[in-house]
Design a protein around this ligand. Structure first.
Ligand code: MGP
Length: 316
């Protein structure tokens, strides 16, 4: 019964994504958007920012009339996804269902807090990068989709943290490849660019890497199913983890995954670390005031140590 509901609700949503005549093509100028961004004062923005808002709007779902019915639940939870939503945050269709809810992103950012750099390899529309910017000195946010990266920058500006984030438009897989090559060469100038503006001194400052990759489809949480890391996109989730460890020379990896991810597989990832470490800390993320299990985060390296389950609570 639940199985059927999940398949039908999300499957029709995905069809909607492929359907050019879907409701999201409703022109925004017919709709009163200001009612949905009541705290956005366009008159106070520079002409460039106003132009960017209008350029991004056609890529986004803002007015509830433009949402497919099975996605309205995300719109209803908009302030849980981004508490400053009313101040003008923008999300495209995919980001509405894949952004990390703010309370969860905040929790992860607290755990990854440092005076160094955190790298977000699948930054999307910026939900995690914004929270990292509040707990770390700097964030490198990598995103392959140019529109999503612009949304991340826009949303970060709404939160006032844009200047703490280096936005990098590119494919994380290419970055991992480049870092492999770079690490196999003799050390060069520390200011010399390694990849798209990222320098050796940036890489030296990396304290943690956050992974929130595409989970590879809509059936990740069917009842009684265990999610395997082989469904992670664009490469096997175990390979991704090992490559990130090798490329960034860090054990401090936080991995955001479906709530039903195989615990033996998460545990097995520790063998890729140097030296192999027994520790992984898995935190289950609840939303809707603790009533709904949404996802999990697996922490490795220093991120997995020194937990005090009684007091290590983002609310304290
Ligand atoms: P969801 O699919 O909306 O689950 O995702 P929900 O609401 O529990 O669905 P229901 O049918 O059980 O009601 C829950 C959360 O997972 C979202 O808020 C996102 O943060 C995250 N998420 C979902 N997907 C499909 C992805 C994904 O592909 N990649 C990443 N990184 N996160 C995702």
């Amino acid at each position: 019964m639940t199985k059927k509901r999940k398949r039908s609700s999300i499957a029709s949503y995905v069809q909607h994504l492929d359907n050019p005549s879907s409701s999201s093509s409703t022109p925004h100028h017919h709709l009163n958007l200001s009612a949905y961004h009541p705290d956005l004062d366009l008159a106070s923005l520079t002409p460039t920012l106003t132009a960017e808002y209008h350029a991004l709007l056609p890529h986004c779902l803002v007015h509830p009339a433009t949402f497919p019915p099975n996605m309205l639940k995300y719109w209803r939870h908009r302030h849980s996804l981004l508490s400053l939503y009313s101040a003008g945050c923008l999300l495209d269709e995919q980001s509405w269902f894949s952004i990390t809810p703010e309370s969860v992103a905040f929790r992860i950012a607290r755990r990854c807090a440092s005076d160094g750099v955190v790298v977000d390899l699948f930054a999307g529309a910026g939900g995690n990068a914004i929270q990292f910017a509040m707990t770390c000195s700097r964030v490198i946010a990598v995103e392959v989709d140019e529109v999503k990266l612009r949304l991340a920058r826009w949303n970060a500006r709404v939160y006032g943290v844009e200047d703490r984030i280096t936005f990098v438009h590119g494919d994380s897989m290419e970055l991992l490849q480049r870092l492999d090559e770079w690490r196999s060469q003799p050390a060069g100038d520390s200011d010399q660019e390694v990849w798209k503006g990222i320098t050796p001194s940036d890489l030296d400052s990396v304290q943690a890497v956050f992974l929130s990759p595409p989970w590879g489809g809509v059936d990740y949480a069917l009842p009684n199913d265990i999610y395997s890391l082989n469904a992670v996109q664009p490469i096997h989730g175990s390979t991704l983890f090992a490559r990130v460890h090798a490329a960034f020379h860090t054990n401090n990896i936080a991995y955001y995954l479906p709530r039903n991810t195989s615990l033996p597989e998460l545990s097995g990832l520790t063998t890729a670390l140097t030296p192999p470490q027994p520790n992984v800390k898995v935190e289950y993320n609840y939303v809707n005031y603790g009533t709904k299990l949404s996802s999990l985060t697996a922490y490795y390296g220093a991120l997995a140590t020194d937990w005090d389950d009684d007091t290590d609570d983002w609310r304290t």
